[in-house]
Design a protein around this ligand. Structure first.
Ligand code: PLP
Length: 374
């Protein structure tokens, strides 16, 4: 099966992992610090905390804000469930706002209509790697007295009006799962420019532990002493995986260029195919094409999905609107509440795209689509 996404790995990645192991610091060592520093630098000089997954990044980011039951988080339904589930796990009420038809990203006007005095966070997602409308979202969130988060699991390396994703929101979360633009196997990161907020992220990701002598409540216990001031978890990323991340980071510009070339080629090869709508790109963004999400018209998405899979082409659907997962349905969320996201989901099909996809692989995808849709 031709996969829709795949990590791009080579011998230098294996060497980088071996080098990290040879430092004998398996975790909490120098390779973690280097990865955080280089990643933060790459993303425009932001602060960076590495964590064990994109889900951990979101959970720790919400934890840093200190969400309480009754607080509201406004987000998009067109995302992986973790964007919302991690807020719900803190006891917050998740409020879904609809998306823009063109990009599948959170619609600032829908957010404006959804915020209340209880909104603590607005979380955008850079769907398929295309940055959301940060200019407008920042204003809507600030006017509501809320923080703006960017779930950039799809978008490491993308820019919005020349600014790298990672510094566009109060906190940005990344995933380094194998299908993402850069991988550490499992892994993630949180970035931002407010050192206090990032300190709280780091603390949540390390059991809520406090070691700074200035902050200790019982300062005269002894040199071994550390204290927990708020609950947290162990979400640390190991040196071994940070070694892989550091090496992947050196190739991220190449991964981005390869994905852009493949996206342009899909655009060209599929332009005249009836029954298909191709993804749009706003002129002010430079996305990393994590997904290539086409829209299959005339109610034929399921048929096209089934026939592509039968032909050995691993297409995917991203995403069932999050509130339609039974866990949200059981909490009283009703289908149909975000009609644009529902319509997007009903037509969406992600075609294979990753740096190692060959032109011959891509021609196979295009030919199969042509045969089905002709
Ligand atoms: C938009 C989005 N958010 C969060 C996540 C969670 O990331 P992870 O799988 O690293 O926990 C993913 C991963 O699939 C994602 O696509």
């Amino acid at each position: 099966m031709l996969p829709y996404g795949r990590p791009c790995l080579d011998e230098s990645d294996a060497e980088a992992v071996a080098a990290a192991v040879r430092t004998e610091w398996l975790t909490a060592g120098p390779t973690v610090r280097r990865f955080e520093s280089e990643l933060g630098g790459y993303l425009g000089g932001v602060g960076c905390v590495s964590v064990s997954s994109g889900t951990a990044a979101l959970h720790a980011a919400y934890g840093a804000v200190g969400l309480h039951p009754g607080d509201e988080v406004v987000t998009t339904p067109l995302t992986f469930v973790a964007t919302a589930a991690t807020a719900a796990l803190h006891g917050a009420r998740v409020v879904f706002a609809d998306v823009e038809d063109a990009t599948g990203n959170l619609d600032p006007a829908a957010v404006q209509a959804a915020v209340t005095s209880r909104t603590r966070v607005v979380t955008a997602v850079d769907y398929a790697g295309h940055p959301a409308e940060y200019g407008q979202l920042r204003k809507v969130a600030a006017d509501a007295g809320a923080l703006l988060f960017d779930d950039a699991a799809h978008a490491i390396g993308s820019t919005y009006r020349g600014v790298p994703v990672g510094g566009l929101a109060d906190l940005t979360t990344f995933s380094f799962f194998p299908t993402k633009n850069l991988t550490t196997g499992e892994g993630g990161a949180v970035t931002g420019t407010d050192p206090d907020l990032l300190d709280r992220v780091r603390r949540f990701a390390n059991h809520g532990m406090v070691r700074d002598p200035q902050q200790l409540r019982y300062g005269d216990e002894g040199g071994w002493h550390q204290e927990v001031h708020s609950f947290g978890l162990n979400y640390r990323l190991s040196d071994v995986l940070c070694g892989l991340g550091l090496n992947q980071l050196t190739r991220l510009p190449r991964f981005k260029a390869d994905r852009a070339r493949l996206a342009a080629r899909y655009h060209e090869l599929l332009a005249d195919l009836p029954g298909l709508r191709l993804p749009e790109r706003r002129p002010w963004v430079d996305p990393v094409w994590h997904l290539y999400p086409v829209r299959v018209l005339a109610g034929r998405r399921r048929e096209v999905y089934d026939r592509m899979r039968a032909a050995g082409i691993g297409v995917q659907v991203n995403y069932l609107p999050v509130y339609r997962h039974p866990v949200f349905a059981d909490l009283g969320y009703r289908p149909g509440q975000c009609p644009t996201a529902e319509a997007y989901y009903a037509e969406e099909l992600s075609l294979p795209i990753h740096p190692d996809l060959t032109d011959a692989d891509q021609d196979r995808v295009v030919d199969a689509l042509r045969t089905i849709l002709k």
